[in-house]
Design a protein around this ligand. Structure first.
Ligand code: SF4
Ligand code: SF4
Length: 99
């Protein structure tokens, strides 16, 4: 009998199944001034693509490239108005998922 337990794939393997086309216009923008007073920085832990990086001065660096468009950051952010979220323009962002 074979063992069929689910093994979570490595993040690098998940990332390799997605192709991105980076748009010139960011589909997510972050008001880093709001982030400076954020006590949780929940986005850092919630983003599956690790796109929110805390800085030593209490701020956040954000890069919209390789965003999965899952919307988690927008849902979890407790900083009023910190994140402006939309889908990328047509033909950009996640353009192909393999598997
Ligand atoms: S949770 Fe929102 S306000 Fe807090 S650091 Fe992340 S983006 Fe900024
Ligand atoms: S939409 Fe998802 S993948 Fe994109 S920045 Fe937010 S949490 Fe990360």
């Amino acid at each position: 009998m074979t063992d069929q337990r689910y093994v979570e794939p490595a993040f690098e393997d998940v990332l390799s199944t997605v192709e991105f086309r980076v748009a010139e216009r960011p589909h997510i923008t972050v008001d880093t001034e709001v982030c400076r007073s954020c006590t949780t920085q929940a986005c850092v832990y919630a983003c599956p693509a690790d796109l929110f990086v805390p800085t030593s001065d209490g701020g956040i660096l954000f890069n919209y490239e390789q965003c999965f468009e899952c919307g988690t950051c927008y849902q979890i952010c407790d900083g009023q108005g910190a994140i402006s979220w939309s889908y990328p323009d047509g033909g950009y962002g996640v353009v192909f998922r393999k598997g």
